[in-house]
Design a protein around this ligand. Sequence first.
Ligand SMILES: [Zn+2]
Length: 336
Amino acid sequence: MQPRDILHPRPEGLYCPPGDFFIDPVRPVDRALITHGHSDHARAGHGHVLATRQTLDIMALRYGEHFAGATQEAGYGKEITVNGVRVSFHPAGHVLGSAQIAVEHGGTRIVASGDYKRAADPTCADFELVPCDVFITEATFGLPVFRHPDAADEIARLLKSADQFPERAHLVGAYALGKAQRVIRLIRDAGYSEPLYIHGALAKLCEYYQAQGIDLGRLEPATVDTGTKGDFAGAIVVGTPSAFADRWARRFPDPVTAFASGWMRIRQRVKQRGVELPLIVSDHSDWDELIETIAATGASEVWVTHGREEALVRWCEMQGIKARPLHLVGYEDEAE
Ligand SMILES: [Zn+2]
């Protein structure tokens, strides 16, 4: 049996014919296995969803309790048989609950890694290396120019700026699931113990992270309607990037706009978004992490998806690893 007989792209997503299931389908299907809660991977309306407890919880928070006909929890490392195909979920180090999905059939093991990173992140379980025959990797930052700096150093620049400009509010744009909580946690780890102010769109997920034992310190709603401008002088406010593009943001005193994203490496994007303080903090692997991980899995074949596939495919071929782009549609990088 060829690997492509075990998993191959369909318009709905990556499909496993012998198991009759999809991984991270972008359209409603009967049976879905879901790597993590970002909206491009986790959609509502499937008949049956198999995912980690935390991903199921996050989907319920975002879409409401009835987001799927039925759900089943996949514990990390536990083998589950789906229509005779063995599957198991392993930490991906991307956001809380994120998993790589190993699919094993006819003696071939394919690992669909979803989105992943190798850098330390105290807000989710560390990436686990799963040896496999075929490794499916993301390529969001699949170019050698992408090398993420140490996230702690980026946060140190934010705190330095907050120190330097005590009369200004610092508005930190960070996506609602994963990035925001990681940024908050990094600020705490840097020793900042003042309350942090959060936009309402982050409240439910921050609460959930805290209920899962991830200490984010004291969080206060950043409700500007009730206070005066001066209330937020010297404060650090975390919100979704769209919130800061909104009128909401104009109420803060002389704000310093920061944005935490892997894309802040690109000067043009910093300019486009009008970001004053770019913070290069990514929940995706950079180039070095991608190639180290590919080599470490021992895979003899690599399929590259969502992002800059070509450079990574070429790198694999130069190492004697069979590689090809996997053309999956409908994935944007919500997480970045
Ligand atoms: Zn993601």
